[in-house]
Design a protein around this ligand. Structure first.
Ligand code: SAM
Length: 342
């Protein structure tokens, strides 16, 4: 279109993440029936095989998902003894399916699940949810019908608001929030239980923000909740030769990564949670692992054997190089959640 917004490139990054998920699902790396309900690939006159990403990307998507799933599981088991049901906030959620994957499991107690992203993204997501019986069925119960209105149609279990950019329901809330706007998170607070154990997921989001802005976000969550854990997934190490190639690829798409350089290693990603600029007693423990370590520490041998049969991968050294440039880092506050992590 004629008027490009400076954030267009950032908003389009969700396409990449979703297309990678779709590729990994269609090739058997991941089992996720909700991807195709929340994301429609844009085919630009190419054949359907163009929805497949290269093996390195599929393996990365698999390991990233396995790692985040493992952190979420460790958070849910740590929270099982709390008096309030655990809640999850996903920042820059894009077309992520995690809420529906969790809701399909019955083996734990989950309170609220809140997702935020730019309004352009949340309006599309709200529409896709509202159109899908499968997605709506996970949202929880409809509010009780008003007395004295016997002819009213059955109430829907969700409400769309803010000009179609938000959706709220018993178990799930989607909000249009620009995380760089100070005070924007107060909207998110309204959707959360201030006393519940809380996990904040930031999967490939902080790297598109200035480090000061992501620090503010971490500080906000860290000071608001007694028991809180946060997990971040990001590229790192962009100062070496591989990083130079990645940076050129991003620049070709009008993207730069302001947050990438301040956190060049897994160690520095872990330390961001303990930064004194976050304030006193915010996060008290942290850790981090690269996807390469996650491959051996988190993905079981049986799962590695299974996915190794899906596609031919000729270069393990190249895989090591790529996976070493992606990190999952976590920080926790409060004794309840101090074991959360990988
Ligand atoms: N977390 C999802 C995943 O891993 O599949 C999507 C990742 S995508 C690479 C980055 C997402 O962050 C996009 O949906 C983008 O719109 C969102 N995002 C980036 N900057 C943001 C900001 N300042 N406020 C809200 N959302 C933002």
């Amino acid at each position: 279109s004629a008027s490009a917004h400076p954030d267009d490139a950032i908003r389009s990054t969700d396409d990449d993440a979703a297309a990678s998920r779709l590729s990994a699902v269609s090739l058997g790396y991941l089992d996720d029936p909700f991807v195709s309900l929340l994301y429609r690939p844009q085919r630009i006159g190419r054949d359907s095989s163009s929805t497949h990403k290269p093996p390195l990307i599929n393996i990365g998507t698999h390991h990233r998902t396995a790692a985040l799933d493992a952190v979420v599981d460790s958070f849910l088991s740590a929270s099982a003894t709390a008096s309030r049901p655990a809640q999850i906030v996903s920042l820059g959620a894009g077309s992520d399916t995690r809420f529906w994957r969790l809701a399909a499991r019955q083996d734990f107690r989950l309170g609220k699940y809140v997702e935020v992203d730019f309004p352009h993204l949340t309006s599309v997501k709200a529409q896709r949810i509202a159109k899908s019986k499968v997605l709506v069925s996970a949202l929880g119960e409809a509010p009780p019908a008003a007395a004295g209105a016997p002819m009213a149609p059955p109430a829907k279990p969700y409400k769309v608001g803010h000009g179609g950019t938000s959706l709220s329901s018993e178990r799930y809330t989607l909000l249009p929030v620009d995380l760089r706007t100070p005070g924007a998170l107060d909207q998110v607070a309204a959707a959360l239980d201030p006393d519940a154990p809380t996990l904040v997921i930031s999967e490939c989001v902080f790297c598109y923000m200035e480090p000061e802005a992501s620090r503010e976000v971490l500080a906000w969550f860290g000071s608001r909740f007694e028991n809180v854990a946060s997990v971040v997934y990001e590229m790192c190490g962009l100062n070496d030769a591989f990083g130079a190639v990645m940076k050129r690829n991003l620049a070709a798409r009008n993207l730069s990564l302001p947050g990438a350089l301040p956190f060049p290693t897994a160690q520095s990603q872990a330390e961001r949670f303990l930064d004194p600029r976050l304030g006193d007693g915010v996060f008290t423990k942290s850790g981090a692992k690269s996807l390469w370590s996650i491959r051996s520490d988190v993905v079981s041998d049986a799962e590695q054997a299974r996915i190794s049969k899906l596609e031919f991968l000729d270069e393990i050294e190249e895989l090591r190089l790529v996976l070493s440039h992606y990190v999952v880092a976590w920080g926790t506050k409060g004794s309840l959640l101090e074991g959360v992590g990988l």
